[in-house]
Design a protein around this ligand. Structure first.
Ligand code: CA
Length: 340
């Protein structure tokens, strides 16, 4: 007869062997705003570099111009990433901001893009030098043509992981950002073809509209913000409850939470708790694609980039990761074994 201790030991060995045999599917590497750790975000140069790294998806954010051209830009404003205040000093609104929606694409073409501006020059000190070289804001069409062109010349099938920004603001300004974006995507084979695409948004009501219109043809991602900085009236704390996640699963394929919503820092920020969000998502068969892995802005509760990647990929087994440094994540994943 085996003792209880021996039985426990055997059970543990069986579990370990079984655990090793169940390989994880290879997580997706999503180039956040292109290879934005190395070149100004959303430029064609940052896009080409991400493509060269052989990521799975490259992420464009979309806003509309005055003449309804979808452009690849993170903010609805132009002032943090371009020289708009030098080129068009009189075109700001009363709040002091320069809105992309107030400019035609021809006007936006006159602007130079630079690294995101922080308090004093670069938001990220170690990145591409502020206001050096020459970069432009691309239209969505130019952006897609670059990716599809490189897919052809490099024999790849790298996808786009597109976010339409602040649809409520666009609607209030008389613009249909979803319809305009879907038309361009359709013209380039992303809706009825089989090109790889995800569509993401923070506002659930517009994702629900897309699901109702297009069914499950296109994978949809519900982004999750923090209520303190959200641009919508959505209650993200409620969304992160089991009930909220069950509801998300009725119209989306994945969630895009902030890393800190999976690994919640304690008050001193030196330690963290694993929240229930990841388990809820897995229970309701939602993929989990957190944002954003940055080697130059690691959470204070980890000592190294590897530690954070271990937490995300080994402990939480996330299905994808947004990153400004796609090569770092790809290098890390190349040391691991995944399902074929
Ligand atoms: Ca985005």
């Amino acid at each position: 007869m085996l003792s209880l201790a021996e039985m426990k030991k055997i059970l543990l060995i069986v579990l370990l062997l079984f655990g090793c045999a169940v390989k994880q599917k290879k997580p997706l590497v999503i180039a956040h705003r292109g290879a934005s750790g190395y070149l100004p975000e959303h430029t064609l140069q940052a896009t080409a570099m991400a493509h060269g790294f052989n990521v799975d998806y490259i992420e464009p954010d979309i806003v509309l111009t005055k003449d309804d051209i979808p452009i690849v830009l993170h903010d609805i404003y132009l002032d943090k990433t371009t020289n708009v205040s030098d080129v068009f000093p009189k075109r700001k609104r009363r709040d002091g901001r320069y809105y992309a929606i107030d400019f035609t694409f021809a006007e936006i073409n006159k602007l130079s893009v630079h690294e995101r501006q922080g308090e004093d020059g670069n938001r990220y000190a170690r990145r591409f030098p502020f206001q050096k070289s020459s970069f432009k804001i691309p239209s969505l069409v130019e952006y897609i043509e670059l990716i599809q062109g490189m897919n052809k010349s490099r024999s790849k099938n790298i996808g786009i992981y597109i976010e339409f920004k602040n649809p409520k603001f666009h609607r209030e300004q008389g613009k249909d950002i979803v319809g305009t974006m879907m038309t361009v995507l359709d013209q380039h084979g992303y809706i009825w073809g089989d090109l790889p695409i995800y569509i993401q948004c923070f506002d659930p009501s517009y994702l629900k509209e897309i699901r109702a219109k297009y069914g499950k043809r296109i994978k949809l991602v519900q982004l999750i913000a923090d209520n303190s900085w959200a641009e919508t009236e959505v209650d993200y704390d409620q969304m992160m409850t089991e009930k909220g996640i069950a509801e998300v699963a009725t119209y989306a394929d994945a969630i895009g939470p902030w890393i800190y919503q999976l690994l919640k820092p304690d008050n001193e920020k030196t330690d963290y708790d694993i929240t229930e969000l990841n388990d809820f998502a897995k229970k309701y068969k939602l993929a989990v694609h957190p944002y954003t892995f940055r080697v130059d802005e690691l959470p204070p509760f980890v000592d190294s980039k590897e530690e954070l990647l271990d937490l995300l990929f080994d402990d939480l087994r996330v299905d994808g990761l947004f990153t400004d440094f796609p090569d770092v994540v790809l290098d890390y994943l190349s040391t691991k074994e995944f399902e074929d």
